[in-house]
Design a binder for this molecule. Structure first.
Ligand code: NDP
Ligand code: 8X3
Length: 251
């Protein structure tokens, strides 16, 4: 039997998920890359297929039928998922609660929380049956503290941290590792999505060196490459310029 592991990464078309795909490929981990933008999935698959086996799945994590159908559709050589990286997610808007937009609230709770649950639910039974597996949930520093106008995004990430703890407890009898990685500011497409293409997005990472997606990929690979008896439970990670959600030392 091969020792090669297979990882499924949601949100692999950009930012942290894409960087993690590149890092895992370097280490020969087989990849199932997920996202909604098929062109990007194709480009990444083409680039990484030189290093490892890559399969792509196109679905919206909000669509529970599509989630289960996608996992069900995996070819035999990708059916066993050893590592699940629940990374798909975004902030939508940055408004005081009284001005919040209902569609933004739905998007954040449906994608960041319910989407993560749907994908996990589709994969956990095979892990419990094998009594092995590793789930890494990408939370946020926003899951540890609430910042002004962060309200619903922070709530969604607090939920991710709570769900991660719940998973770790419930999956403990099965020997399944569960990890939360909680970054502060990471320079990705995150702010373009949050501000819906507004120029404000360009100012978020100016005047200091934010975390880069590759910094996250390093830590994620570190977590998955520990010996069998070691579980990295929870990581809070900032760039050096950041001390908390609201304190960032700019030039
Ligand atoms: P990006 O915007 O660069 O990437 C987000 C990824 O999520 C994309 O690949 C996107 O793929 C996918 N995605 C978004 N919505 C959906 C959906 N409905 N269904 C399926 N996939 C979806 O942001 P990041 O890389 O920064 O974000 C990754 C994770 O890290 C998120 O959970 C975010 O909350 C978290 N995080 C980010 C921080 C930051 O400062 N950047 C800090 C802390 C946490 P596609 O559009 O192709 O579907
Ligand atoms: C992303 C970090 O501070 O931009 O989760 O909300 S922040």
């Amino acid at each position: 039997m091969s020792n090669t592991k297979t990882a499924l990464i949601t949100g692999a078309t950009s930012g942290i998920g894409r960087a993690t795909a590149h890092e895992f490929a370097k280490h020969g981990i087989n990849l199932i890359l997920c996202g909604r933008r098929q062109e990007r999935l194709d480009t990444i698959q083409k680039a990484l297929s030189k290093q490892t086996n890559v399969h792509t799945l196109n679905f919206d994590v909000r669509d529970k039928k599509a989630v289960f159908a996608a996992i069900e559709s995996l070819p035999e050589n990708f059916k066993q998922i050893d590592i699940l990286i629940n990374n798909a997610g975004n902030a939508h808007g940055l408004d005081p609660i009284q001005d919040g937009n209902l569609d933004d609230w739905d998007a954040m709770l449906d994608i960041n929380v319910k989407g993560l649950l749907y994908v996990s639910k589709a994969i956990i039974p095979q892990m419990t049956a094998r009594q092995s597996g590793h789930i890494i949930n990408i939370g946020s520093s926003a899951g540890k503290e609430v910042y002004p106008k962060g309200n619903v995004y922070c709530a969604s990430k607090h939920a991710v941290v709570a769900v991660t703890e719940g998973m770790r407890i419930d999956l403990n009898p099965f020997g399944i590792k569960v990890t939360a990685i909680n970054p502060g500011l990471v320079e990705t497409e995150f702010s373009q999505v949050r501000f819906k293409g507004d120029a404000k997005a360009d100012t978020v990472y100016k005047g200091y060196k934010a975390l880069q997606p590759e910094d996250l990929a390093d830590v994620i690979y570190f977590a998955v490459s520990r010996p069998a008896h070691v579980n990295i439970a929870d990581v809070l990670m900032f760039c050096t310029a950041q001390a908390s959600s609201t304190i960032v030392k700019k030039e």
